[in-house]
Design a protein around this ligand. Structure first.
Ligand code: NI
Length: 196
């Protein structure tokens, strides 16, 4: 989007606020490489007020950064929790999800390849990753209710990407060593220059 597009239809003041929010959100998301992104997160025992606040903070951060998914690991919180909102990415109507203590119980043998992005890799546009096409998952929702879900396509892909995050795995796990080193170097350089 160029600046004109961004301003189209909204007041300049709102656009400035939006821009600021976006920047703040990006600052709070941990950018790779960072050892915190390689931490295996702990299960959540009780869904209390602090967890509810965390969930609402995460939605704010994800929306401002225009992401489709965000794991607690990505903001330095060591808990098995992630959120997803694919409504602007897939055509069918889909609600935002809060996923707590997920357990993927089934992965299909059929796989498909697609390009994924990640808020922790702002400078890497997309990485092609092969993943199972259909999955089943058990999890708790934000009310602590035990749920089971069957997912396919982009929803299944997003679930796998975010589950990786809470297991300390990022997208670079799926690319060759040479490419990983290249990406790390590029991000380190950008970090030094304070560009991200
Ligand atoms: Ni990600």
């Amino acid at each position: 989007l160029n600046e004109l597009d961004q301003l189209n239809g909204i007041t300049v003041e709102n656009a400035a606020k939006d821009n600021l929010k976006n920047k703040m959100a990006k600052r709070r998301v941990i950018i790779a490489p960072d050892p915190r992104l390689n931490t295996v997160a702990e299960p959540i025992k009780t869904i209390d007020e602090s967890i509810r606040r965390l969930i609402s903070d995460m939605f704010e951060i994800m929306q401002a950064a225009k992401g489709a998914g965000l794991a607690a690991t990505q903001i330095g919180i060591n808990k098995r929790l992630f959120i997803m909102d694919l409504s602007s990415y897939i055509e069918e109507e889909i609600k935002p999800y809060v996923i707590i203590n997920p357990e993927i119980t089934y992965c299909s043998e059929e796989t498909w390849i697609a390009e994924e992005g990640c808020l922790s890799f702002p400078e890497i546009k997309k990485i092609s990753i092969t993943r199972p096409e259909n999955i089943k998952m058990k999890y708790l929702d934000e009310k602590g209710e035990q749920k089971e879900m069957q997912a396919s396509g982009w929803l299944a892909r997003c679930i796998q990407h975010e589950t990786d995050h809470i297991n300390g795995i990022t997208m670079v796990h799926y690319v060759s060593k040479i490419k990983t080193d290249m990406i790390s170097k590029k991000l380190m350089k950008l970090k030094k220059n304070n560009e991200v």
